[in-house]
Write a protein that binds this ligand. Structure first.
Ligand SMILES: Nc1ncnc2c1ncn2[C@@H]1O[C@H](COP(=O)(O)OP(=O)(O)O)[C@@H](O)[C@H]1O
Ligand SMILES: [Mg+2]
Length: 330
């Protein structure tokens, strides 16, 4: 559905290209992970798909096509309609993405006000239903609250509600869980997985954390300094990385977590279907016993432990510092 071909961006104020000619696709119903260190061009790529590239401040070339329609060169009005109807966007900091002076309900429904002719009452119905969809408690109460009255996790759910209310075919998620604590992160990942499964929404999930991506995404693209150094099935990349940079990223995930993941596998669905995990790691007996059985408890434990790795406090302790995705300068 989304196809990016030989896409370049160079900001006028910089000597080096922010994105240096990347190509990848997102298929219908797929969650593609985009990983890479800070400054590698992930957000610029997402913003370009979202039609938010500051065009006057840069030169760009290549193609970004959504079901064959050109997103990169389309004029503003076409883009606005397209993005209001087909693409939802969620950024890292829910607090800064929200207007402090408008209620949560008004903001979740904003896109309906702009892009549909629904009445106020109809919009309210849809907002409440979207808020319930993202498992916000007591939607009628939260509807009238202001952003500062919600927790970080609730705000991020509200942002996701605002993004899915238009029933988009593609959701762009730029580090949507990075600002959240470990438990909330896990809940948001579970929500994204459910939205993908139940509503078939394709997703581009950006993260600097390969372990989180492994949990959610069927394919992964790895960026370094504006280039796509590797792209493929999550399992293939995990067990047979070909680029040294990717190898470093994987080496940076602590062994215990990596092995638990190897045993648990990325997809609960696949496991439920009885798909064998044919990884060398698992084969070598790294797949341990009880904790990583296919039981609900085992999966939960594996998810939690992996996500723990991504928390800022434990990130500092990750070995192979050159492979650790730095958050510096963001
Ligand atoms: N508006 C801008 N003007 C100039 N340089 C920018 C702008 N936005 C991003 N960049 C630069 O482009 C590069 C890629 O940035 P970004 O896509 O935000 O990285 P990432 O999301 O992978 O951390 C960085 O070097 C960043 O400084
Ligand atoms: Mg970014």
């Amino acid at each position: 559905m989304l196809e990016i071909r030989d896409f370049h961006v160079k900001f006028n104020s910089r000597s080096r290209e922010a994105v240096g000619g990347i190509s990848f696709t997102i298929q219908d119903g797929e969650i593609l992970g985009l990983v890479g260190e800070s400054g590698s061009g992930k957000s610029v790529t997402a913003m370009s798909i979202a039609g938010l590239l500051p065009r006057r401040q840069c030169t760009y070339s290549g193609d970004i096509l959504l079901d064959g329609q050109d997103l990169l060169h389309a004029d503003r009005s076409v883009l606005r309609t397209l993005h209001g109807r087909r693409i939802g966007v969620v950024f890292q900091e829910p607090m800064s993405a929200m207007n402090p002076l408008l209620t949560v309900g008004e903001q979740v429904g904003e896109v309906l006000r702009v892009h549909t002719s629904l009445s106020k009452a109809e919009r309210r119905e849809k907002v409440l239903s979207a808020m319930a969809d993202v498992e916000l408690p007591e939607p009628e109460v939260l509807y009238g609250r202001y952003p500062h009255e919600l927790s970080g996790g609730q705000l991020q759910r509200a942002m996701i509600a605002a993004a899915i209310i238009i029933e988009p075919s593609l959701l762009l998620l730029d580090e949507p869980t990075t600002a959240l604590d470990v438990t909330i992160q896990a809940q948001i990942l579970a929500l994204l997985r459910r939205l993908n499964r139940e509503k078939g929404i394709s997703q581009l999930f950006i993260s600097h954390n390969l372990a989180v991506v492994r949990k959610l995404c069927s394919r992964v693209a790895v960026m370094q300094r504006g280039l796509l150094v590797e792209c493929g099935d999550t399992d293939d990349i995990f067990f047979h990385p070909s680029h040294p940079y990717t190898k470093n990223l994987i080496a940076a995930i602590p062994v215990r977590e990596h092995r638990m993941q190897a045993a648990a596998g990325p997809f609960a669905d696949a496991k439920e279907a009885g798909r064998a995990v044919s990884s060398p790691e698992a084969g070598r007996g790294a797949a341990p016993d009880s904790a990583v059985s296919s039981s609900e408890a085992g999966r939960g434990a594996a998810l939690d432990s992996v996500i723990e790795v991504s928390s800022p406090s434990s990130a500092a302790g990750i070995p192979a510092a050159n492979g650790t995705l730095s958050k510096g300068g963001e």
